[in-house]
Design a protein. Structure first.
Length: 499
């Protein structure tokens, strides 16, 4: 099975590697990794709570967070938790058409396959309707492209266990659905059989880079948006769909960043793949000293949560925006491995299959960081972008020194095809709606493990609390109305009295 998976993966990605690399260090690392994950979870819970507590406290916090947010992720209301709510307003929406309840939080293989097939059908319908604007490759845009969505993505996918299963698909065997290699020779040399990491200096106009940095620092947390591709105008500028009403400020900034990147060199590398691109996922994260980006490969987050399929992006881009010089910090170097999914299959999600060395001094993200010739590095630099094929696993080294008054800002961009793009557009990564969906997913997993009587008591208590809050709000409104009416009568009486 390992040899068949290796051969299938090699054919799909154009990369040749041995079957042994798929299982390298897997058996020896599994037990140690399990112990590490348990210890890490206990430590995180202890840090958050000041000691170990029951899951009920976390459930209570999550309920509180979610009741303060509308289904769209905005503030106020919380009306989704009603007495007659039979299905969740987020998970029941979308092309998959499937709902997820606390009683059945883990998706089965058959339902995951059905969801993947439904999403694939929606993607093909999108392609049939789409008319891209482009003077660059008009002959390509009339067709679906060279990689149309498969009829059954789950069956077309290749087994690849990266050591992680989303809680919504915990019963589904992990599989990967690779993307075709980029057509650009700089990103995929040797006819698509190789991979390369491209660095771009002065990736944005300097003023826009500073504006994006300032916005990210002041936003109060990560932000994200999805910009659907409309085409290329006659003057070569990128054309994107109009922003939605949910987070228009974030979406407008994301669109400006994309247009600037496109005009300053990125467009030349992505234009050959124009017919494959559905849209761009853009997000920003902020860190500082003591931070690190764990080893991983980018993938369509919500698509995997619905189908259990790991679907990498077509292209992956990072953008470094903190206005610092090389002498101002130490660490935080970005690195990507050119072996792509071969390397990822051997190391797994956050190196769960091949643990990094327990070296507190260096804090290396992988066992072979700095020693394997397949790594390509990009030290952090203001207004620098990196661009590669989307299936390259990557990480950022530990930040040993960083000025406290200058947060470390990184913007990420993934291009997605129509198969996964129609799902990612609904819930952009790191957006307000995305963060709420993750909290809801965590809550679902906790509720599914609670004893039935305890779950019933918890839900009843929450509904009672909400009724009391509504009654108190109604009483306050009535009192305010009565006071206003009384004040109006007194004013009228004063006007009718003789002087």
């Amino acid at each position: 099975a390992e040899e068949e998976a290796a051969a299938a993966l090699a054919r799909a990605t154009g990369t040749l590697y041995s079957a042994e690399s798929l299982g390298a260090a897997r058996a020896a690392a599994l037990h140690a990794d399990a112990e590490r994950q348990i210890a890490k979870a206990k430590k995180k819970k202890g840090e958050r709570r000041g000691g170990g507590v029951a899951d009920a406290s976390l459930v209570d916090d999550l309920f509180g967070d979610l009741c303060l947010a509308s289904p769209g992720g905005g503030g106020g209301g919380g009306d989704w938790l009603d007495d007659d709510d039979e299905e969740d307003p987020f998970w029941s929406s979308g092309p998959s058409g499937g709902s997820s309840s606390a009683a059945s939080a883990a998706t089965t293989s058959s339902s995951a396959s059905a969801a993947a097939t439904s999403i694939s059908t929606a993607a093909r319908r999108f392609l049939e309707r789409r008319q891209l604007l482009s003077p660059v490759h008009p002959e390509r845009l009339a067709a679906v492209g060279d990689a149309p969505p498969p009829d059954d993505p789950y069956q077309a996918a290749i087994p690849l266990d990266d050591g992680f299963r989303p809680p919504t698909c915990s019963c589904v065997a992990p599989r990967v659905l690779p993307q075709p290699p980029p057509r650009s020779e700089r990103l995929a040399p040797r006819g698509g059989r190789g991979r390369e990491l491209v660095r771009l200096d002065d990736a944005l106009e300097a003023a826009l880079a500073v504006e994006a940095y300032t916005f990210s620092c002041q936003h109060g947390g990560p932000w994200g948006a999805y910009c659907r591709l409309e085409g290329i105008a006659n003057d070569g500028t990128l054309q994107l769909a109009s922003p939605s009403d949910e987070e228009p400020v974030v979406e407008r900034l994301a669109a400006r960043l994309l247009c600037s990147l496109w005009a300053r060199g990125v467009g030349e590398l992505l234009a050959p793949d124009l017919d494959r691109i559905h849209g761009f996922s853009v997000w920003s994260v902020v860190g500082g000293e003591g931070a690190a980006t764990e080893y991983h490969v980018d993938y369509a987050e919500m698509y995997r949560r619905r189908t259990g399929l790991l679907r990498p992006p077509l292209h992956a881009l990072t953008l470094q925006l903190s206005p610092l010089g090389p002498a101002d910090f130490e660490g935080g170097t970005f690195g990507a491995h050119l072996s792509g999914l071969q390397h990822y299959a051997a190391h797994g999600y956050k190196c769960r299959l091949a643990l990094p060395p327990a070296d507190e001094a260096s804090k290396l993200p992988t066992p072979d960081w700095g020693r394997d010739g397949g790594w390509r590095y990009a030290p952090y630099a203001f207004n620098q972008a990196t661009l590669s094929a989307g299936d390259l696993p990557h990480a950022a080294s530990y930040v040993h020194r960083w000025p406290a008054d200058t947060p470390r800002v990184v913007v990420g961009v993934n291009t997605f095809g129509p198969l996964e793009g129609v799902v990612e557009e609904e819930t952009p990564q790191h957006s307000a709606r995305f963060r709420r969906a993750l909290r809801l997913s965590t809550l679902e997993g906790l509720l599914s493990k609670m004893p039935r009587k305890e779950l019933e008591r918890l839900v009843k208590a929450k509904l009672d609390t909400k009724r009391q809050q509504r009654a108190a709000a109604a009483a306050a409104d009535d009192a305010a109305g009565a006071a206003e009416a009384g004040g109006g009568a007194q004013r009228q009486e004063r006007r009718t009295l003789p002087l």
